[in-house]
Design a protein around this ligand. Structure first.
Ligand SMILES: [Zn+2]
Length: 324
């Protein structure tokens, strides 16, 4: 059995329960939160309270999507995880470019150097200093996936190099790839570049895809084997929920339900009940999942979305146990 690397050590997939496929538990001090103070999610105490809501609502493992260099603090993630006995999957890799100052080392280091840094986080353990300085202190916790990012309508030139490095790490370790997309655009180009770098689409999760809830696009990406993560539920500023519910129905009815994952992407204080905002980390389970049931989604379909699909992405299991 392929184990999943988490803050609680390698876990068998069955121990992960219902998996939140994209969220943000800690965003520590640094450029990101100075630029946008609403991103500052630095309190372990509040994270325990907020993630506790998710857990209380029946939630299992959480995929944290904030890599080093833009607020990841692995020690804090481990503290939250241990306090709740809830596994968190820790990222390595790169966010979208707006999270970094233009002098970040990702622009200077060559492909070999970036590859080795990513590889060490997956194979040995994540740097507790987040690759922010000359001293590297490896945690025993290993990164569970590599993140790369597209931007709105473009894959920037520097990201081509970072994608090649991520591909080499995937080839050496099997680590899956999480991809930030700008409003759900350039999905095919991202898959093309990853495929060229040695990553099959079946190991790729394209995130924020429901920002562009276009069934034709989603079906074409799913037909290549990619996983599609949706996270607009509750965020009405992007679109009303009926659009994502309808898209999910179309995906299942056309035989592509095995490609859909859900995440909260609650990357702002103003989204957290613990910081006085809303709707909170438990929204997807407390409100959106009951809505899916009310709109006709079956228990088996919900299990597919919440457990089987994220497990298949995390473990690279090709077997589709959920359809036909
Ligand atoms: Zn995110």
């Amino acid at each position: 059995m392929v184990m999943v690397e988490t803050t609680l050590g390698p876990q068998p997939p069955d121990a992960l329960g219902w998996i939140n496929a994209h969220d943000h538990i800690i965003m520590d001090n640094g450029y990101t939160v100075v630029k946008t103070p609403d991103f500052k999610l630095d309190s372990v105490e509040k994270a325990i309270e907020e993630v506790g809501r998710w857990q209380h609502a029946g939630g299992g493992a959480i995929v944290d999507a904030q890599p080093f260099g833009c607020g990841r603090n692995a020690a804090k993630l481990i503290e939250v995880s241990q306090a709740l006995n809830l596994p968190i999957v820790v990222p390595t890799g790169f966010q979208s470019q707006g999270f970094y100052l233009p002098d970040h080392w990702q622009y200077r280091y060559d492909e070999d150097e970036v590859t080795e840094l990513l590889y060490a986080e997956v194979a040995e353990g994540v740097d507790l200093n987040g690759y922010d300085g000359p001293i590297v202190k490896r945690s025993p916790v290993k990164a569970g996936f590599v993140k790369v990012a597209g931007e709105y309508q473009v894959v920037p030139k520097n990201m081509h190099k970072l994608i090649r490095a991520a591909g080499r790490v995937h080839q050496r370790t099997g680590a899956p790839i999480l991809v930030h997309t700008g409003e759900g655009t350039v999905g095919h180009e991202l898959l093309d570049r990853l495929e060229t770098a040695g990553v099959p689409p079946t190991s790729v999760m394209l995130c924020h895809m429901d920002r562009n809830p276009d069934f034709y696009v989603h079906r074409s990406l799913a037909e290549r084997g990619a996983f599609l993560e949706y996270d607009t539920p509750s965020r009405i500023k992007y679109q009303p929920e009926n659009l994502v519910v309808g898209l999910m129905r179309e995906m299942f009815d056309s035989g592509h339900g095995a490609h859909i994952l859900l995440g909260g992407d609650m990357a702002r204080r103003s989204y957290w009940i613990a910081y006085g905002g809303g709707p909170g980390f438990d929204y997807l389970l407390r409100s959106f999942t009951p809505r899916l049931r009310a709109e006709g989604f079956t228990d088996a379909e919900l299990e597919t979305i919440w457990h089987h699909n994220p497990v298949r992405w995390l473990t690279g299991a090709l077997e589709d146990r959920t359809q036909g």
